[in-house]
Ligand binder design. Structure first.
Ligand code: UDP
Length: 241
């Protein structure tokens, strides 16, 4: 784990929940403003930032798994991808409102509102100092935006995936229900897989492990943490070699 080493380029994985009030659905202008200011602060350190947006504040495809649903699960996953587009458009305006330059790119074609994801173009936007918001996941159903974060981190050669959560990192158990849960400082990919720790979905962890892409799981609710994370300061749980 490197310390105090500014990253050159990062993928910031923001769950849809980070745009909503705690325990609520939808998009909160206030919460989004808080996140936007944190992103601005992190960007001012000179780090290139690509955001992979989730959609769980609106809908997750897995809600429709199993029988007894009029909506097929595959359809629901596409609805989830559209939810990430909704979040990306909101976040784009919130970031531009405070003076940042942004582009939304989507893996799901929605060409009235977002560019399509083209790897080399995304890298060019980053080099020009634009915040790139990657929506639509990977554009295919039955995975989550964690997999998209891992996939895009490999494609744009990000130094690290910064996975923003509501808790301080990865715990031995759910800290919101078990007060004795222990916070890990550092974990190997193998630890995450064998202990079945809920960090990111299994596909995402497998991709990161195979390609040695580190993940930092940290608390976005603590002001200044995104900036600390891009500066390589010790926040959260480090997953890597
Ligand atoms: N999704 C998908 N393919 C992708 C990315 C996302 O089908 O490549 C769907 C999936 O149903 C997922 C939903 O979009 O549940 C919203 O994304 P996610 O659950 O990752 O959002 P988060 O938990 O980060 O808010």
């Amino acid at each position: 784990r490197s310390s105090d080493l500014q990253y050159r380029r990062v993928i910031l994985k923001l769950s849809g929940e980070s745009l909503a009030e705690s325990g609520k659905r939808g998009i909160s202008d206030t919460e989004m403003g808080v996140i936007a200011r944190q992103i601005k602060q992190a960007h001012e350190s000179g780090c290139q930032i690509a955001i992979v947006n989730g959609g769980g504040n609106i809908l997750r495809g897995a809600q429709f798994s199993g029988a007894n649903h009029s909506v097929q699960e595959a359809t629901a996953h596409y609805m989830g991808m559209l939810a990430t587009v909704i979040n990306s458009l909101a976040l784009q305006d919130a970031l531009e409102h405070i003076g940042l330059s942004t582009r939304v790119m989507s893996a799901l074609p929605v060409d009235k509102v977002a560019e399509k994801f083209i790897r080399r173009r995304a890298i060019r936007h980053l080099e020009k100092g634009r915040i790139v918001i990657l929506s639509g996941g990977i554009g295919s159903p039955f995975v989550t935006t964690d997999t998209a974060a891992a996939q895009r981190a490999l494609e744009v050669d990000a130094d690290v995936i910064l996975k923003a959560t509501r808790v301080d990192g990865v715990y031995s158990d759910d800290p919101e229900t078990n007060p004795h849960a222990v916070l890990y400082d550092q974990l190997s990919y193998q630890d995450v897989m064998s202990k079945k720790l809920r960090v990111m979905d299994a596909t995402a962890i497998a991709l990161c492990s195979e390609h040695r892409k580190p993940i930092l799981v940290f608390n976005f609710k603590r002001d200044g943490n995104i900036a600390k994370a891009v500066r390589g300061e010790t926040v959260g749980t480090w997953i890597g070699d």
